[in-house]
Design a protein around this ligand. Structure first.
Ligand SMILES: [Zn+2]
Length: 72
């Protein structure tokens, strides 16, 4: 499980954020700002390969499967 520490605007450290879902959030945010449609987002995810240093936890594995990442 990839876990990150993330410092929010408040200056407080949040921990327990899963790296895989954080990566998905970053991409979704960028693609929303770009104005991609849902179909374009799905197409982009289906072309993505995600590299991890540890096997994803069951929650992240399910999220990656549902969102259609090409390979992990
Ligand atoms: Zn996870």
């Amino acid at each position: 499980m990839g876990t990150l520490l993330r410092q929010e605007e408040t200056g407080l450290m949040r921990h327990g954020i899963h790296a895989e879902t954080e990566a998905l959030d970053v991409l979704l945010g960028q693609w929303q700002r770009t104005g991609f449609t849902a179909a374009e987002v799905a197409e982009n995810f289906s072309a993505c390969s995600l590299y991890v240093t540890c096997e994803p936890c069951i929650m992240c594995a399910a999220a990656l499967l549902i969102i259609g990442i090409k390979e992990v």
